[in-house]
Design a binder for this molecule. Sequence first.
Ligand code: MG
Length: 290
Amino acid sequence: MRLVRFADGNRDPLGVERDGRVNVVESPSMDDLIGPGRDGIAMLGPVRERAAVARAESSLSVEHLSLLSPIRRPGKIVAVGINYAAHAAEGGRPAPADPVLFAKFPTSVIGPGDDIVWDPALTSAVDYEAELAVVIGRTCRRVDESTALDYVLGYTCLNDVSARDLQFADKQFVRSKSLDTFCPIGPVLVTPDEIPDPQALRIRSYVNGELRQDASTADMIHGVAELIAFCSRAFTLESGDVIATGTPAGVGWYREPKALLHDGDEVVIEIEGIGRLVNRCREEPTAGAS
Ligand code: MG
């Protein structure tokens, strides 16, 4: 199933998209599927049934909907650094033996079509990172790699937007990757029945239509199942948590010359079998700042 959330007045219903048409599921909502203690995976059956019933009535064109991030507010966003060998190499770093984890704060999440916004007085080195995002569907603690994928609610695109000047000044990642709007997610959450192998997806990014990253999730150093198992040995993953699985080579910072993001740029993250996550960049000086 291809799940979307969209704005409809004061509501944000769940929809099931197929061939460009969306069947609205009045209940449950995406928020009913996720959150501590919830089992979103068990609720996919009822969602599927209700979408099938809705099909008899009026469906909506996805083109005319204002899509939102499939996950409004993740409990946590666990990001993985340096998880593609070619990206490690472009940064002059060795491939890490174990996954390198860091956090992006949930307040950074925006949806498809929302602007990535920054204050040019705070950062002047904003970069894109195309990533496969894994959304957890039920409580996951100390699981083996062999069963780890049973905890996946679905997959979507994520842009791990990064302020490189802050990242290198801080010598760690949290501030530089948690600025408000620095975590676009979407446009669709695709359930695992439609993505049986998350390590076989082409992943690309474009800036103003120019191809910047082009790789396969097969190139991950630590695959999705290993990442889930690794995380779950350290901390509990809950329904609605997001794992950003790392970015391939081709980020702007390591290009020659550097190719960072600027006001007005359009960034697209595209993953095979999921779709295209499109956001525009906007520099917004803080009012009153000199
Ligand atoms: Mg990243």
